[in-house]
Write a protein that binds this ligand. Sequence first.
Ligand code: NDP
Length: 259
Amino acid sequence: MSGIFDLTGKKAVVTGGSAGIGLGMAKGLAEAGAQVAIWGRSQDKLDRAVKELANLGLTVHPQQVDVSQEQQVVDGFGKANELLGGLNTVVVNAGIGAGQARLVDTTTEQYKRVLDTNLDGAFWTIREGAKYMKANSEAGNPGGSIIGISSLGAVDGSPSNYAYAASKASMIAFVKSAAVELARYGVRVNAVLPGWIATDMTERLHDSEIFQDRVISRVPARRWGKPEDFAGIAVYLASDSSTYQTGTSTLVDGGYAIF
Ligand code: NDP
């Protein structure tokens, strides 16, 4: 690939890059010429992702990292930096849903489990990634790009998924805060807000007629989003074409938020 979206020289970590939206973005980044490390907890999922991309002629580096464990995030970045020979792009995508529970039935354990990954994990990923990008800048090189995956639920709320909605709203707050602090190092930080995307996370809704009628029929694009729908936005935000864009939130939702 050449031109304004050429990612040659970009070295990216994609957390949760072994499936779903993260895999869609990892594929896009690799296709555009970036070197990519994908993180996830399950070695099987990582292996499947590596194989899927290898069949397309793309190479990615799998790393078994659980972002809810601070030390694993720290060590994971050290290893990624070695594997890729530097680091200038981080996609903060790893996330889990809690399963549906009404407010009064949500246990503290369910609530905290979601925050461990979606809030603490995101914070550690942004903090550790930023250290490498700040160092790039101090060495006279371009800083980099951090892309945080939030959700439409951050702005609309997510009834029956309280910790999830709160964690995704936090992503927007992290992004805006880090964008201000890191701009001086040439590091930009932006959020992407997916709408309804067909992945393992939403699997139990795919075949639900009620959900299909009440939700997907309201999507102006008249379909579920797909992981591939996130390749372009990832490439753009990682590329030098977006160097004057920071602190923003971009919806990728087929128009759902209009109504
Ligand atoms: P999937 O369940 O399809 O994929 C999640 C990915 O994250 C997997 O690779 C999973 O691998 C990894 N992961 C989960 N927990 C951890 C962890 N603690 N450490 C490292 N990796 C982890 O989810 P989606 O692709 O649907 O979701 C991706 C992101 O997009 C999430 O942040 C989600 O909140 C957000 N989003 C999704 C929407 C949708 O409709 N699908 C809508 C709005 C936002 P493993 O299990 O092996 O760790």
